[in-house]
Ligand binder design. Structure first.
Ligand code: ZN
Length: 462
């Protein structure tokens, strides 16, 4: 899907140039009705938030961006006053899941068009405009990926199709109510190659591997099998993302040529050899900090759980669980909660180390894989946790926009610049000052159409 807009970007750049020339000499007699001017908002450019700006949208693309007053407003354009607001690009979720969960339940039966359409719409309402569903996708995925991309009712759906796990290993078929068409479990190198060829022919954006024995409790995908899968994926021009938990597995898959580490290393501090291997090979690191936190934080009932931004993301059945005093007591006292707290602490420290060392950081939450990983909310919580690991708010936002677009090979999403898709989130306050300001969503624009927030003023009649 990466090349979708590449030819159009070049054409548009020329168009923008000519339009600018035209405006300088004579007023345009009648602008096309699809022109929208967003006036006065400050724009986050991937590094910092600038001064008040004018952003011109034409159809589904951004046509021009400049300081307020520097661009001539095309005649007949719809003008929206965003004075005092801040614009960020739509968030790009490089590791999430769709169709696995409904309420407090999970299983194959929730992988339906209706459920997934609703989940993609939820993501969009929370400012997430692309989601990469990293495995456990049955064949319906191929259809939905083709049909739903380019829509304006939900986030774009990318993904890895089923992905490759070990026979009797992760992801746990019984624990997650998975069926055989959701994960491929090759036993030989040749079977792994065959599986990758099958996914490549049907249409995936990435190949997913699970390389994790759950501390020896389950079989791990063998090096022979995942090496073959990685090689075959690369032959088809596909990047490979690996689920890992422990440093030794992360080290092994990096040495085998994997492109993306899809979770943080959570068993021990990363060492210099691992850092160097990540840097030398240009491997992306997606920490998914909120994943382990979600195993205990809702039982603690922090104050933000009473805010509408959180409440609106939570399914009623899940909310009832969170409100149940017995569930809260048992969860907080559980061994799982203690383990999860340790994992979060190690994950935060490793992110700090790897980011400082210059390793490329991607944005992922694993939301949608389990009921407590709440699509929409998880992404904003993840941004906050990334700042707890020492990233500045601007660095966290950059990882979640421009950098994750690069991770996914998206050339026309992830930044606010001429020729890019007009996927924008309008915030009440500047997130570069306080990352929690991403929760003050005033409006969301998707491919040049306002899809959330107060309706825009109608364009003046010509
Ligand atoms: Zn996942």
């Amino acid at each position: 899907m990466a090349p979708r807009f590449s030819t159009r970007v070049g054409a548009l750049a020329v168009l923008v140039f000519h339009a600018a020339q035209g405006c300088a000499h004579a007023p345009t007699p009648a602008a096309p009705p699809s022109l929208v001017v967003l006036e006065g908002a400050r724009v986050f450019d991937g590094e910092a938030t600038g001064g008040p700006a004018t952003v011109v949208l034409e159809g589904e693309l951004i046509r021009a961006v400049g300081p307020r007053g520097s661009l001539q407003v095309p005649a007949g354009a719809q003008v929206v006053d965003y004075s005092g607001k801040t614009l960020i690009p739509g968030l790009i979720l490089a590791h999430g899941h769709v169709g696995n969960v409904s309420g407090t339940e999970l299983g194959r039966r929730f992988y339906t068009r209706e459920n997934i359409t609703r989940q993609l719409s939820r993501y969009l309402g929370y400012g997430v405009t692309v989601i990469n569903s990293l495995g456990m996708n049955p064949p319906l995925f191929y259809t939905l990926r083709r049909e739903l991309n380019g829509n304006t009712t939900g986030a774009d759906l990318m993904g890895a199709g089923p992905g490759l796990g070990a026979p009797m290993g992760l992801p746990p078929a019984r624990g997650m109510n998975l069926e055989d068409d959701q994960v491929m479990r090759p036993e030989t190198a040749e079977a792994a190659r065959e599986a990758v060829r099958d996914m490549a022919s049907k249409g995936v954006d990435m190949v997913k591997l699970w390389v994790d024995s759950m501390n020896g409790a389950m079989p791990r995908l063998s090096p022979e099998v995942y090496r073959a899968a990685i090689d075959e994926a690369h032959r088809h021009g596909l990047r490979v993302a690996a689920h890992i938990h422990d440093l030794e597995d992360a080290r092994a898959v990096v040495e085998a040529g994997v492109d993306v580490i899809a979770h943080g290393v959570r068993d021990q501090p990363v060492d210099d050899a691992f850092i160097q291997a990540m840097k030398t090979r240009g491997v992306w690191y997606i920490p998914t900090l909120n994943l382990d936190e979600a195993n205990y934080i809702y039982a603690e009932h922090p104050a933000w759980m009473d805010e509408p931004f959180f409440r609106a993301a939570v399914d009623p059945a899940l909310q009832r669980r969170f409100d149940d005093p017995q569930w809260r007591r048992e969860t907080l006292a559980s061994e799982g909660a203690a383990k999860a707290r340790k994992a979060v602490a190690v994950n935060l420290e490793n992110l700090r180390t790897l980011h400082q060392a210059g390793v490329k950081i991607g944005f992922g939450t694993d939301s949608g894989a389990m009921p407590q990983r709440i699509p929409g909310f998880a992404e904003h919580r993840e941004l906050e946790l990334m700042t707890q690991a020492g990233l500045t708010p601007a660095q966290a936002l950059r990882a979640a926009t421009r950098d994750s677009a690069e991770l996914l090979g998206l050339k026309s999403q992830g930044s606010i610049a001429p020729g890019m898709v007009a996927d924008l989130v309008v915030l009440d306050a500047d997130p570069a000052q306080d990352i929690r300001n991403t929760r003050g969503i005033h409006a969301v624009w998707r491919r040049g159409v306002q899809v959330r927030g107060a309706p825009s003023p109608r364009p003046a009649p010509p």
